[in-house]
Write a protein that binds this ligand. Structure first.
Ligand SMILES: [Zn+2]
Length: 100
C-alpha cells in the first residue's frame, strides 16, 4: 500500500513537471539535472554530462527512475529560477551560442 502511494505521488510530480510549460523550454526537454534542478533537451544533456557529475548529474525523466526529492528540487528551482540566479550579475542575457 505504501509502495502504491509512493508510486502514485512520483507520477503525479513527474506529470506535473512535464505538463508545466515554464519547466519545458523545448518540447523534447526530458532530461533533468538532479543536483541543479533544471530540465534540458538531449543535446544540452550531453553538454551537462561532459561537464562531469561533480557539476551536473543528468538523468532521463522518461527512462530513469528519479527520486521524488530530486523531482521536487526541479519543481521548486525551475529553469527560470536557476537562470535568474546564474544570470543575476550578467549585463546581457547569454544565448545558447554564447561562449563561457
Ligand atoms: Zn537544450
Amino acid at each position: 500500500m505504501i509502495a502504491c502511494f509512493k508510486h502514485k505521488s512520483y507520477f503525479l510530480i513527474l506529470s506535473s513537471l512535464l505538463n508545466f510549460n515554464t519547466f519545458l523550454p523545448l518540447p523534447d526537454a526530458t532530461w533533468l539535472s538532479t543536483n541543479l534542478g533544471v530540465i534540458v533537451c538531449i543535446e544540452c544533456s550531453g553538454i551537462h554530462r561532459d561537464m562531469g557529475v561533480h557539476i551536473s548529474k543528468i538523468q532521463s525523466l522518461t527512462l530513469d527512475h528519479i527520486g521524488t526529492s530530486q523531482l521536487l528540487v526541479a519543481r521548486v528551482m525551475s529553469n527560470d529560477g536557476f537562470n535568474r540566479v546564474m544570470e543575476a550579475k550578467c549585463k546581457t542575457k547569454p544565448h545558447p551560442n554564447s561562449t563561457m
